[in-house]
Design a protein around this ligand. Structure first.
Ligand code: NDP
Length: 600
């Protein structure tokens, strides 16, 4: 299907108009931080808090965050013979996002075979192409048990202070449980989406009914459980769900089946493509799971995603489909049109076609044409997190389900009785906030601690004008400290765990080298860090969310990037090239750019 110039112009105009009506002058300030009176929204509904004595010992490695980042780094350290590893997490167990997000229907959006880390090492076969949350949480627990990471772990513990002690070459770690211990090496992998946020809707605190955030699902109230058992206490309830992002898309079908009435309050529709989940066949799995299989799958997915010329597509899903379409459009270009402008046009064409298909899918599924119209997404697919589901759109055909579209304006007000949109009050027993997580705030603000490095420099000051690292991992002025996250590295957003596993492998190699050599300190030099930033700056810039996209957390709510987001970019030659480069960097044993120091 080709798209002619007039249609393209009309679509672009529609995209612009839809975006403009969503722009809000407050940007990120429109959201509420969950503190003070609102802090009860953060309470852990899953694990009771156990009292314990403060810890005052010394460990070789302390890791803040017991999600995928901490688990894969911990596993790689243990494989390297460094077993004295302590994970610290505010949650009651390992799992990170999979600890908190237990809402009904939660499942991974990237294929389990590449999304779930260390499958080969643990011998686990995912049960489905897109595994559900309980299996992923179970896998996190499997990794922690297999690698002995529970032994030293501190749960329901928030770090409050991190100070480098240059005299002793250790980090002093303080927590809200009165702990004060030292660590020879310290790593942080807290993920970008660990602080839930609420929309700043007037009257939010006046609602007299029940309410909770999706990342703290209240099964006592709804009935059911994270495995998908029916939410059997909602049969007489009128429930309002605020938000239509990736979380909402997954839990709406469950609520639609259970509630007497469900009102979904929409500001911007998500693009919802086909999911096509299916069980994984053990016989098939046995044929493909030969040694090195997961690395092959990871590399194949990454190559298909990021424009590599992989001959086959092992994963075959919505992520690789878009990339394949773009490649074939570019291949169709006559040689003299293979210019940057020609490639951009090919990319746009592929995206227009894909989004037209996704919009046509809404019409084919949703019976009420007015509702169908409101569920159509008018922006480029990667402007917002692409969603995939085979029951979400169908839920709007259920008699008790109402889509309340706010025309891009958001909910007007919350009253004691319910939610008001365009002057109409919807009376509710319960409001569920599928309103997402803080992203625009500075890293240290979200973390709740601010590492103090060499010469008393705070990380927030060092990063005031933007993140500064080598490989997204090492920070000058912060010896023996490592950060685990995708930015300034591969920046592969479609499969974040791939980035984390590579970082974990790197950190284990660096710490092992320091220990083997008897070095007390390791730190990136200022020159190496500067050179890395120069290299990043030579690339095309931010991958996600240009300001002309519909507003959201990908693009600072439709505003130009904040100064500290300027350097939130990846390796200019792409994710595949980055992983190859990092592998060679590690294997060479020279650890170029790092300075190892022997303290006398
Ligand atoms: P999002 O931030 O994506 O969605 C928040 C929703 O709340 C949006 O629909 C937003 O509208 C809406 N909202 C905010 N303020 C208002 C308001 N005043 N009135 C009405 N609506 C409002 O959060 P999610 O939890 O859905 O997802 C966050 C991220 O977590 C995803 O992008 C994804 O990266 C990850 N995730 C991954 C999953 C997976 O891999 N399986 C599943 C779920 C989440 P608007 O769009 O207009 O801002």
């Amino acid at each position: 299907m080709g798209i002619d110039a007039d249609t393209k112009a009309a679509l672009l105009e529609k995209y612009r108009a839809e975006r403009d009506k969503r722009l809000r002058p407050e940007g990120n300030a429109q959201y509420l931080r969950l503190k003070g009176q609102l802090s009860y929204y953060l309470e852990d509904p899953y694990t009771p808090r156990a009292e314990r004595e403060p810890v005052t010992d010394h460990v070789t490695v302390a890791f803040i965050g017991a999600g995928f980042a901490g688990l894969v780094t911990g596993a790689r350290l243990v494989e390297a013979g460094i077993t004295d590893v302590r994970l610290i997490d505010k949650a009651g167990d390992v799992g990170g996002t999979w600890y908190w997000n237990r809402y009904p229907g939660a499942q991974c959006d990237t294929a389990s075979m590449v999304y779930m880390p260390l499958l080969e090492e643990t011998g686990h076969m995912p049960s489905e192409k897109y595994a559900h949350a309980p299996e992923i949480l179970g896998h996190c627990q499997r990794i922690a048990s297999q690698y002995g990471l529970y032994e030293q772990a501190l749960f329901h513990t928030e770090v409050t202070g991190l100070v480098w002690d240059g005299e002793r070459s250790v980090w002093v770690v303080r927590t809200d449980r009165g702990d004060e211990f030292t660590a020879a090496f310290l790593a942080m992998g807290t993920g970008p989406l660990h602080v839930p946020k609420l929309p700043g809707i007037p009257g939010l605190e006046s609602f007299a009914g029940h309410s909770f955030h999706t990342s703290r699902w209240d099964y006592d109230y709804t009935g059911g459980d994270p495995t998908g058992a029916p939410l059997d206490r909602l049969g007489d309830k009128r429930v309002g769900l605020i938000g239509t992002g990736a979380t909402s898309v997954q839990c709406v079908p469950h609520l639609a089946r259970a509630c007497r009435e469900l009102y979904v309050f929409q500001r911007t529709p998500s693009s919802v493509d086909v999911r096509a989940n299916h069980p994984i066949d053990p016989e098939w799995f046995a044929t493909i799971s030969t040694p090195g299989w997961q690395k092959r799958w990871l590399e194949n997915f990454c190559a298909n995603q990021t424009g590599g010329m992989a001959e086959e597509d092992l994963v075959q899903d919505g992520w690789t489909d878009l990339a394949r379409r773009i490649r074939s459009k570019i291949a169709e270009l006559p040689p003299d049109e293979r210019t940057p402008a020609g490639m951009l046009a090919a990319f746009e064409d592929a995206d227009f076609e894909k989004m037209e298909e996704i919009r046509a899918r809404v019409d084919s599924v949703v019976s009420d044409s007015a509702t169908a119209e409101k569920l159509k997404a008018w922006y480029r697919q990667l402007c917002k997190r692409p969603c995939f589901h085979d029951e979400y759109l169908q839920a709007y055909n259920e008699p008790g389900v109402t889509l309340v579209d706010t025309g891009g304006q958001g909910v007007e007000r919350i009253t004691e009785r319910g939610v008001v949109v365009a002057g109409v009050e919807y009376e509710l027993d319960c409001i569920i906030y599928a309103s997402g997580f803080e992203v625009g705030s500075a890293y240290t603000e979200r973390a709740g601690y601010d590492p103090v490095g060499r010469d008393g420099v705070r990380l927030s000051d060092y990063w005031a004008d933007g993140m500064r690292t080598l490989h997204g991992i090492h920070v000058n002025g912060f010896p023996n400290l490592f950060v685990v996250q995708p930015t300034q590295g591969a920046n592969l957003i479609s499969n974040v765990p791939h980035n984390l596993t590579e970082s974990g492998t790197t950190i284990a190699a660096v710490i092992q080298h320091a220990i083997d050599e008897g070095a007390a300190e390791v730190e990136v030099t200022a020159d190496a860090e500067e050179a890395w930033l120069d290299l990043l700056g030579s690339g095309a810039g931010r991958m996600l969310g240009s300001p002309d996209c519909t507003p959201g957390y990908y693009n600072n709510e439709g505003r130009p990037p904040l100064p500290h987001q300027r350097l939130n970019v990846g390796y200019p030659h792409g994710a595949m090239a980055y992983f190859r480069y990092l592998d060679e960097w590690r294997r060479s044993g020279a650890f170029d750019g790092l300075e190892f120091r022997w303290v006398t």
